[in-house]
Design a protein around this ligand. Structure first.
Ligand SMILES: *Cc1c(COP(=O)(O)O)cnc(C)c1O
Length: 364
């Protein structure tokens, strides 16, 4: 059996009729940028998360860098972020000239809350929490730390649509929740797309202005902004998928539960979810000291996997200028050498799940 690391086509065929109907409706409407689909999606996604406002943007990276920009975080400022994240989280900080200050992760792949305070200096302006792989980070103490030190709190929710900490949705704990709707994300578009959720009206207005060349009124530009608009087609597709978010998330949780119950192999460590958090399983990430041999073995059985992520941002060529050497973040670096995401996607067949479980269990 051949099992791809992800099957985004399955996600399309699950609701094919609805997507095709929506596409035709928008194509025939004659209105393609900043119209009713975007406005409705913004209302619906804000309601879904429990935030007051949502502003659609062109990507998750735009959501991050524009968030820091509008929070006035810039050269000379420091932002605390976990070392084990996708590099886009860090680029959101550095595009603004600010410096990322890396913290090691806890056993759930989230930022280790016990190691944050020692990294706070008089230059620290914000904490960026990444709800990696779909696990909601433990937010209570992070929110307290932000209050205590008067720091901004930004959440990278690119992998955590619908994940909650104590029943509150990720993205709503701080100043800005940043979302990506890249096709492979839990709420995926059919192209690039992103959004922010915020509770402050002024900030929502600032995002709306910034994404459209800094203008509220056509040809009246208040600030030097960007072109970062969510388009009508993507917004329309996202509205369709959002109506099915509950069942899509439940499906992923069901597959993950099955993996956790049935994968049993002494050389493989399974992912855990902390008390009080929920996980929406953007990825099902196992760990294995002989990870590279496991990859070869699974490939041989037709099972394709991905490493999220093989090079931690502090060791990326792009961040050589920060001056960090190998050994600077031992836990993060060890994760990069041992993590592996096994296939888990919407529309995954029972026999595919079974095949993955059997293969992983037989690895020696
Ligand atoms: C996907 C992702 C992003 C970037 O989103 P894009 O829409 O691809 O720009 C940022 N952070 C994390 C954690 C991601 O997984």
């Amino acid at each position: 059996m051949e099992i791809a690391a992800n099957r985004m086509d399955r996600g399309f065929y699950q609701y094919q009729d609805e997507f095709e109907k929506k596409a035709l409706e928008i194509l025939r409407s004659g209105w393609y940028i900043l119209g009713k689909e975007v406005s409705f999606f913004e209302e619906e996604f804000a309601a879904y998360t429990g935030a007051k406002y949502c502003v659609g943007l062109a990507s998750g990276l735009d959501a991050l860098w524009i968030a820091f920009k509008l929070l006035n975080i810039r050269r000379g400022d420091e932002v605390i972020v976990q070392g084990n994240t996708y590099i886009a989280s860090v680029m959101g900080i550095t595009i603004n000239g600010a410096t990322p200050v890396f913290v090691e992760p806890d056993p759930y792949f989230g930022i280790d809350v016990d190691k944050i305070e020692e990294k706070i200096t008089n230059k620290t302006k914000a904490i960026l929490v990444v709800h990696l792989y779909g696990v909601a980070s433990k937010m209570d103490r992070i929110v307290e730390l932000c209050k205590k030190y008067n720091l901004r709190l930004v959440e990278d929710c690119a992998q955590s649509h619908g994940a909650c900490f104590h029943s509150q949705m990720t993205g709503t704990f701080g100043d800005v929740g940043c979302f990506s709707f890249y096709p492979s994300k839990n709420l995926g578009a059919f192209g690039d797309a992103g959004a922010v959720v915020v509770n402050e009206k002024q900030l929502a207005d600032d995002f709306r202005m910034f994404r459209n060349y800094g203008s509220e009124k056509r040809y009246y530009n208040k600030v030097v902004g960007a072109n970062s608009r969510l388009d009508e087609l993507q917004a329309g597709f996202l509205r369709v998928r959002l109506t099915h978010m509950r069942e899509l998330t439940e499906e992923k949780i069901r597959i993950a539960k099955r993996y956790s119950a049935q994968i049993s192999n002494p050389v493989i460590q399974l992912p855990k979810v902390p008390e009080g958090s929920s996980c929406v399983w953007h990825q099902y990430v196992i760990r294995c000291e002989e990870r590279d041999r496991l990859i070869e073995y699974l490939n041989g059985k037709g099972i394709h996997t991905i490493i999220h992520y093989p090079i931690p941002p502090h060791l990326a060529e792009a961040y050589r200028y920060l001056g960090h050497q190998e050994g600077f973040l031992p836990i993060t670096e060890h994760l990069a050498k041992t993590v592996l995401s096994i296939p888990l996607y919407n529309g995954m067949l029972d026999e595919e799940q079974e095949y993955v479980i059997q293969a992983v269990n037989k690895f020696r």
